[in-house]
Design a protein around this ligand. Structure first.
Ligand SMILES: N[C@@H](CCC(=O)N[C@@H](CS)C(=O)NCC(=O)O)C(=O)O
Length: 203
């Protein structure tokens, strides 16, 4: 299999973390997939018309995207147990969507800085995206700490990747330190960042 990849991408990181957890990084060749809405990478677009990474190219089937489809595929292929059976799946999928929603807002803040000259940027729009991140973090602190401390699942991995991205792009994103006023999440995040699959995928 081949994975369109870029080191800084938090969505790619989710996929790489699952491969690390499965012990199967050797099954996937990484291809440089650096791309942007204003300068789409033709090789990425050929595999994923939406032009986004990660995108997993398989020998025995069509290319897979987006990150949530790929992580679920890898879980089914390798039996990582990151997507539980029964009713618990809905909690896991919601937490993964929650973390990805924070990432979507963070990426839009970063793109606003990278793709638009200062005079054309919208302060209201950026502040709306930052507010989404803030509400997402507050909900993690208020409602999800018990889940995060429980058995590892894909929602938890996605939260770890989202927090890592908030650190990685702190300066450009301008959203402030996610630890401020969230002691429970800060303590959990510090411990989770030391897990081998998080260390191995740190951008
Ligand atoms: N929902 C997608 C988001 C992927 C995404 O936005 N990836 C960024 C890189 S971090 C990208 O490919 N951006 C290029 C673009 O938006 O055209 C996923 O979960 O895979």
């Amino acid at each position: 299999m081949q994975l369109f990849h870029a080191g800084p991408s938090p969505y790619v990181r989710k996929v790489m973390a699952v491969l690390e957890i499965a012990g199967k990084t050797g099954d996937v060749a990484l291809i440089d997939g650096a791309t942007a809405p204003s300068a789409p990478n033709p090789a990425v677009v050929a595999a994923n018309p939406i032009g986004k990474i990660p995108c997993l190219v398989r020998e025995d089937g069509p290319a897979l995207y987006d990150s949530r489809v790929i992580t679920r595929y890898l879980d089914a292929k390798y039996g990582t147990g990151l997507y539980p059976s029964g009713d618990a799946i809905w909690t896991t999928l919601t937490l993964e969507a929650h973390a990805d929603g924070m990432l979507d807002a963070a990426l839009l803040c970063v793109y606003e800085v990278r793709m638009r000259e200062e005079a054309r940027r919208s302060a209201e729009w950026v502040s709306g995206q930052r507010a989404k991140i803030g509400r997402g973090l507050d909900a993690l602190e208020a409602r999800w700490l018990a889940h995060l401390a429980g058995p590892l699942d894909m929602g938890t991995v996605a939260v770890g990747c989202a927090l890592g991205y908030l650190d990685f792009r702190l300066e450009m994103g301008g959203w402030g330190d996610w630890r401020d006023g969230r002691p429970g999440l800060a303590a959990w995040g510090a411990k989770f960042a030391e897990q081998p699959w998080m260390r191995a995928t740190n951008p």
